[in-house]
Design a protein around this ligand. Structure first.
Ligand code: MLC
Ligand code: AMP
Length: 493
């Protein structure tokens, strides 16, 4: 278990956050105190959610939850109340921990729902108690993911799943306790939670946090903090390149020199455009290592640490992970033929929370998880060719469900029908756009303000158009690929 591992690193620095350094022993002991608090009311807390800013407290709370045998449910820090309530209810959460700024948002709801609310820095942590035995098979983490259903689903990962995911990456990318990484990613998704925070602490390395992404602050850290590793989504590299290009030559040179001291820079969560990879190579001297993963499986395919990192390709299957490509009959395809990616191994999640049918549908009878991503193998390397569902959109590394956004928009008075699509975009990968059929005049600004009260701003459309009707096939189903070109011709937004 990661917290037992921590004892081996004792006084070494585990976390740098808020201008302070915390050792592994401090992390181990603070997490015990949180466990004691969670166990005060019940010996089996079930699911505990937390909405805590990235930093020492986030990890101490996460480990504190784990050490009680409960499942940790990290909440998105930018969700409005209705989206938070959806997760809290769906996950059947018994306790919530929040950083103080989120307490006003959740307090009334928690009181009404009978959920215990703990505020970091305001609750007194009790004497340390005897902790239960937690096994690798205990559920550890529930990450909510959007997909081919309108409502997000809870992906249940056990400690064994997480350990496997971290062990595969630590081996593949040669993590050691001498590494130092900075986390700029949100901590309700696998990229930040497992690949950065989890791997760093499992390897005994040093983990710094930048509470919010800012190119200026990040580049300051690149120059001053002696980092060895960096991991991000393509949009972040795109934004960093744009910022670097805006700097004076002297600043650019200082940054380039600092980045050359890193041993590895990784990119993933969405396709890395070859132009971004080339520009980053130019400004940092690094050939980005692109890898492929998913909430349900952690990481599965990766370009090599040593060896060719091929632009436009996601690499080879990671050691310890089984990957295959299959046709529509779920039969393996020959090399060079496109097929759906299937994944099997200790890293693969156990279940969608309280959704047995969807869990069953997601696996073949031989236990392969069906990712829905299409790929081809060329000269031994996988290349992603698309997705089996047009209703999944990847924007800035977040997976969004067109169906979820459509369902909300349909409830707005005056909107008769709607189609949400992802339009290719250099910065975001895909941009969310909505085509509306309206019954009477609708103020599109008002629609935009309204939907941001219901779902995170990053999920909401960046453009709206009004159309007379949506293109449909003979079965009456909206043809999303025919909706996309409408955004080239229609200027209303
Ligand atoms: C922010 N905005 C987005 C957005 N992020 N719009 C679309 N897509 C996104 N991803 C919007 C905000 O709503 C706001 O709009 C404006 O951009 C500025 O907001 P911000 O919060 O200041 O933006 P910024 O900090 O620059 O965020 C960009 C980002 C962030 C790229 C840093 O999106 C991010 O952290 N993405 C990473 C997501 C991630 O971790 N995915 C991994 C999933 S796991 P307005 O209109 O209000 O101004 C996975 C598996 C795997 O995929 O393989 O790893
Ligand atoms: P999520 O469900 O948020 O974990 O997102 C997982 C999805 O991100 C995968 O199913 C892929 O569609 C996409 N993805 C992750 N890494 C890559 C990559 N390197 N290239 C293309 N798509 C990727």
């Amino acid at each position: 278990m990661i917290w037992k591992n921590a004892l081996a690193y004792a006084d070494r620095t585990a976390i740098c956050s808020g201008g302070q350094h915390y050792s592994y022993i401090e992390l181990e002991s603070r997490s015990r105190e949180w466990s004691a608090l969670f166990l005060q009311e019940t010996s089996a807390p079930g699911q505990i959610a937390f909405m805590v800013n990235p930093g020492f407290d986030y990890v101490a709370v996460q480990w504190g939850i784990w050490r009680t045998g409960a499942m940790a449910v990290p909440l998105c820090l930018t969700y409005p109340l209705p989206s938070l309530v959806y997760v809290l209810e769906d996950a059947q959460v018994s306790q919530v921990v929040v950083s103080s700024e989120y307490a006003p948002l959740l307090r009334d709801y928690c009181v009404a729902a009978g959920i215990l609310l703990h505020v970091v820095g305001e609750c007194s942590l009790p004497e340390i108690v005897e902790l239960p035995i937690v096994t690798p098979e205990h559920p550890a983490l529930m990450l909510y993911t959007s997909g081919t259903t309108s409502n997000p689903k809870g992906v249940v990962l056990t400690h064994d799943n997480l350990n496997a995911q971290m062990e595969h990456l630590i081996t593949a990318w040669q993590w050691t306790s001498s590494d130092h990484i900075i986390c700029v990613l949100p901590l309700h998704h696998v990229h930040g939670v497992v690949n950065v925070v989890g791997c760093a602490l499992y390897a005994g390395a040093r983990l710094s946090f930048l509470p919010q992404f800012s190119p200026k602050e990040l580049f300051r850290s690149f120059v001053e903090d002696g980092l060895t590793l960096f991991m991000a989504v393509p949009t972040i590299y795109y934004k960093l390149i744009a910022y670097w290009e805006s700097l004076a030559q002297m600043e650019q040179e200082a940054l380039t020199a600092a980045m050359q001291q890193f041993r590895l820079m990784v990119c993933g969560s969405a396709a890395l455009p070859v132009t971004t990879m080339e520009k980053w190579q130019h400004i940092s001297g690094h050939t980005l290592l692109e890898r492929y993963g998913m909430t349900e499986i952690g990481m599965a395919i990766s370009n090599p640490y040593e060896g060719e990192r091929r632009p436009g390709y996601i690499g080879e299957q990671l050691s310890g992970v089984e990957v295959r490509l299959v046709d529509e009959e779920e039969q393996p395809v020959p090399s060079g033929t496109m097929g759906e990616i299937h994944v099997r191994g200790r890293n693969v999640f156990r279940q969608y929370w309280r959704r047995p049918e969807q869990t069953e549908e997601a696996f073949t009878t031989e236990g392969w998880f069906k990712t829905g991503d299409m790929a081809v193998v060329e000269d031994g390397y996988y290349r992603i060719t698309g997705r089996s569902s047009v209703d999944i959109i990847k924007s800035g590394g977040y997976k969004l469900s067109a169906l979820e956004i459509e369902e909300v928009l349909r409830t707005y008075p005056g909107i008769a029908d709607v189609a949400v699509v992802g339009i290719p975009d250099d910065e975001w990968g895909e941009k969310v756009m909505a085509a509306l059929v309206i019954k009477h005049d609708v103020d599109l600004e008002a629609v935009n303000t309204w939907i941001r009260g219901l779902m995170a701003a990053y999920k909401t459309p960046k453009k709206y158009i009004v159309v007379d009707e949506l293109p449909r096939n003979a079965m009456g189903k909206v043809v999303k690929n025919e909706v996309k070109p409408l955004f080239n011709t229609n200027q209303e937004s």
